[in-house]
Design a protein around this ligand. Structure first.
Ligand code: MLT
Length: 204
């Protein structure tokens, strides 16, 4: 997969694995990552799917309607890429925090729904429920920050709460942060994610 890697300056700091939103690329979330953890290694992926020229991490049939078969295939593809990248860049497999916005948060959601130990934690900005009718793996010990907008036209509050319940039900510790905003990632939400990281995920 196309990606960008930046070495960290503190060996024990978690590596941040970044996933952009629809139409973005691997450079988009670098400033956000540096706000969260300036010392961390950063591995930022570009989605392998193109929708009218816009990179995404999986196909959709319409806005908010996912191509579940493709989502499952892309979820495995990302997992395989991360395993290879861990070798290539000598990353500690037990110290990864995923960070994603919108479509990027949704592929992280699917990774969490499929694999128990891939991420130590995740920062999900405006995620949806990625798929239903699946039994989640045990997620005890996994810490998740969800940033959501109370007026988000793409992800209604009820879906945010459903995601929180699904993750918590599997044992994850979930922090839900509400913004009185829509689907956009606001500065206050980014700051809240950075505070959450320092309190929950910065230590090895
Ligand atoms: C998705 O397709 O993942 C969601 O609708 C969010 C987005 O617009 O990317």
């Amino acid at each position: 997969m196309k990606h960008l890697f930046e070495q960290g300056t503190l060996k024990d700091a978690p590596a941040l694995i970044l996933f952009h939103g629809t139409g973005g690329n691997e450079r988009d979330l670098i400033p956000l990552a540096r706000r969260i953890s300036p010392e961390s290694a950063v591995l930022s992926l570009r989605g392998n799917v193109l929708e009218n020229g816009m990179p995404r991490f999986f196909r959709r049939l319409a806005e908010g309607v996912f191509d579940i078969e493709d989502l499952k295939f892309r979820t495995q593809e990302v997992k395989a890429f991360l395993e290879q990248a861990a070798e290539q860049y000598d990353l500690d497999r037990n110290n990864w925090i995923a960070v994603g916005y919108s479509n990027g948060a949704n592929i992280i959601g699917s990774l969490l729904f499929h694999y128990a130990d891939l991420f130590k934690g995740a920062i999900l900005h405006h995620p949806m429920v990625p798929l239903r009718d699946i039994t989640l793996p045990p997620l005890a010990g996994t810490k998740v920050f969800i940033g959501a907008g109370s007026n988000d036209p793409i992800c209604p509050p009820s879906e945010t709460e459903e995601l929180q319940e699904l993750l918590s039900g599997a044992g994850a510790s979930v922090t839900l942060h509400w913004e009185r905003a829509g689907h956009q990632l606001t500065a206050t939400e980014a700051d809240a994610a950075a505070v959450w990281f320092k309190q929950n995920a910065a230590q090895k």
